[in-house]
Design a protein around this ligand. Structure first.
Ligand SMILES: Cc1cc2nc3c(=O)[nH]c(=O)nc-3n(C[C@H](O)[C@H](O)[C@H](O)COP(=O)(O)O)c2cc1C
Length: 287
């Protein structure tokens, strides 16, 4: 009989995981909405998952700045109080023998000024998302097109949030590059019509993701960094990569260029887009 390795230890990056069970990132909206600080309920939530034996916990998406926030109750990693809150979570998980990484999230255009302290949403291009803001139930607003200065600032915020994660006791970070949020808005031709070096064609659209990854890796190292990416955009359910094989190849080239090797493809909804009979995971493995 073929041996099942699910409960065998495995080394990934810098982590010696006790088994191969990974908890997917899941937004819980448990944080104090005003401060983005997590409380004892969040400590207990993650402690329990570690006690239950999960090998690697990837947290819910965490805001890297006030402007990154897309709905109510999302925690942050950009103030001292937020870091103090997370330190209690990471201590509790480590006491249970677990490993935990922080998923860093910026929603880009998928928000509203009522959620971001009065600031308008920002995005690669001034293209408004269809539909209503999650739980605010108001239409999305026209985002501000980011200048090169804005792009530089947000890139630095990713690196700072990654540093804050390590200083709060996390074992690493996952960069949320999937599901139609800011990085994905740069990656996709549906949401990026820039004419500068961040747009124009597939390779250049991936420049923002590449620079974010490079700045995070410079700050904390590639051995502590995961990238999540996907085809599906929550706000554009019918969107499909025009040429999935070309897209996956371009993504993998970026990952190789910056030296990141811990990949988290989100296969949610990819199943209809089998390429030559291959799933997204098989395609990723091919390149
Ligand atoms: C309640 C809920 C919240 C989620 N929040 C996030 C999130 O914060 N970040 C993220 O990358 N994915 C998020 N997801 C997607 C999950 O990580 C996962 O990809 C999805 O449930 C599909 O599962 P599968 O990948 O096993 O098919 C969320 C899913 C659920 C059900």
């Amino acid at each position: 009989m073929k041996k099942n390795h699910l409960l065998d230890p495995i080394n990934i990056g810098e982590w010696n995981l006790r088994n191969r069970i990974v908890m997917a990132p899941m937004t819980r909206s448990f944080a104090d909405d005003e401060t983005g600080v997590v409380g004892p309920d969040v400590v207990e939530y993650y402690r329990k998952r570690a006690e239950d034996g999960i090998g690697l916990i990837i947290t819910e998406g965490i805001n890297l700045s006030p402007r990154a926030k897309g709905t109510f109750g999302i925690p942050g990693l950009f103030t001292e109080d937020q870091m103090t809150g997370w330190k209690k979570v990471t201590d509790a998980v480590h006491q249970e023998g677990g490993t935990i990484v922080a998923q860093l999230w910026h929603v880009g255009r998928l928000t509203h000024h009522e959620l971001t302290g009065g600031q308008p949403p920002q995005a690669p291009s001034a293209l408004k998302a269809k539909g209503l803001v999650h739980r605010l139930h108001k239409p999305y607003e026209m985002p501000e097109e980011m200048t090169e200065g804005d792009i530089q600032k947000v890139t630095e915020e990713y690196a700072q949030a990654a540093r804050n994660a390590i200083d709060s006791g996390f074992d690493g970070v996952e960069i949320h590059g999937a599901h139609g949020y800011l990085i994905d808005q740069f990656n996709s031709e549906a949401t990026n019509c820039r004419k500068d070096r961040y747009g124009r064609n597939l390779i250049q659209r991936l420049t923002f993701m590449k620079e974010v990854l490079a700045s995070v890796i410079k700050e904390i190292g590639a051995e502590k960094t995961i990238i999540r990416f996907s085809e599906i955009k929550d706000d554009l359910p019918d969107y499909k990569w025009k040429d999935p094989e070309e897209s996956v190849q371009a993504f993998i080239h970026v990952f190789q260029d910056v030296g990141i090797s811990i990949l988290h493809p989100s296969t949610n909804h990819f199943t209809e887009t089998l390429v030559n009979g291959m799933t997204l995971h098989e395609l990723v493995r091919k390149y």
